[in-house]
Design a protein around this ligand. Structure first.
Ligand code: ZN
Ligand code: MN
Length: 151
């Protein structure tokens, strides 16, 4: 992890002290498939810190988000947490809830300028969500329609 710029104290990121709890929560957000729900993060952290409460996980996620270390994604029923705070876009499966990053080459794309022109807003960023069916759910739907025509 690169050192925070601007002469921040060691062990602090985004002005936030990295306690063992926060460290474990941050690692859990970044672990494996990203974009976990708070409940999954809680289960992961509990392997290391068995006495932590779900409330503590929620509180620390909010603080990590405020410090810009994680991003809360409001998608579907439950919030999902992204350990990659740099701007990027997402693919979301409407059927299984799978979320993954997609790089559509946003450097060449001047959406911010267009939004500024049509709205007069000062645009500070944008986040795109592409919604649809992931490949696994496409196969499931195909299987189901094949069974339906069998009958
Ligand atoms: Zn899916
Ligand atoms: Mn992401």
């Amino acid at each position: 992890m690169p050192e925070a710029a601007g002469g921040r104290k060691e062990g602090a990121l985004g002005g936030l002290r990295l306690t063992p709890q926060r460290k474990a929560i941050l690692a859990a957000v970044r672990e494996g498939g990203r974009h976990p729900e708070a409940g999954e993060i809680y289960e992961r952290v509990r392997r290391q810190l068995p006495h932590i409460s779900l409330g503590t996980v929620y509180r620390n996620l909010a603080q990590l988000s405020e410090a810009g270390l994680v991003v809360e994604l409001n998608i579907g029923r439950a919030s999902r947490w992204d350990g990659q705070p740099a701007p990027h876009d997402h693919l979301i499966c409407r059927r299984c809830g799978h979320i993954e990053d997609i790089d559509i080459g946003r450097e060449g794309c001047d959406l911010d300028a267009i939004a500024r022109r049509v709205s007069g807003f000062i645009i500070e960023g944008h986040r795109l969500q592409f919604e649809g069916l992931c490949p696994a759910c496409q196969r499931r739907e195909l299987d189901q329609s094949a069974h339906a025509t069998d009958v």
